[in-house]
Write a protein of this length. Structure first.
Length: 160
């Protein structure tokens, strides 16, 4: 993630993944899943020319055991239409709220109708962790994560 000046809000343009794996709506669903796995992605915009027609996820394609879901079907058959789009200037915090409220896994990032990148929930979690580390001024490992205090029952000394 690109660093931001102190006090400035991180933007999606700073954390988006580029280039984006784009799928054709006429692509066989099984081929689409294979391409997504090869690229290590779980979401892909479905485009025709410059138009974003939808978004398809690994789950939409039936996942690893969804052969029957994909059989004789294309990406168009399984994609979600009318995807919610983000802009490069959208703040990370606004994107977090949007993904949570709309129960989305990703936001294709578009500027002037052109697909620039994609931001996933994982990207947002990584960005928020980065911002938190920057605010505390230190890198923290898993062993440094504060644990909740040990709660002792007030009745403990009454037990035999």
């Amino acid at each position: 993630m690109k660093t931001t000046e102190r006090g400035k809000t991180a933007k999606l343009g700073d954390i988006m993944t580029t280039p984006v794996l784009k799928l054709s709506p006429s692509e066989p669903a099984s081929d689409a899943l294979a391409m997504m796995r090869d690229e290590g992605v779980r979401h892909a915009p479905v485009v025709e020319g410059n138009a974003i027609l939808g978004i398809v996820s690994e789950r939409d394609l039936g996942g690893p055991h969804g052969g029957l879901t994909r059989k004789n079907r294309t990406v168009r058959d399984l994609m979600k239409t009318n995807p919610v789009l983000g802009a490069p200037e959208m703040s990370v915090t606004d994107a977090v709220v949007l993904l949570r409220e709309r129960r989305l896994g990703c936001l294709p990032i578009v500027d002037a109708g052109r697909l620039l990148g994609i931001v996933t929930r994982s990207d947002l979690l990584a960005a928020l962790a980065h911002l938190r580390r920057a605010r505390t001024g230190a890198e923290r490992g898993a062993a440094d994560v504060p644990r909740p205090p040990l709660v002792v029952s007030p009745n403990r000394d009454k037990w035999p």
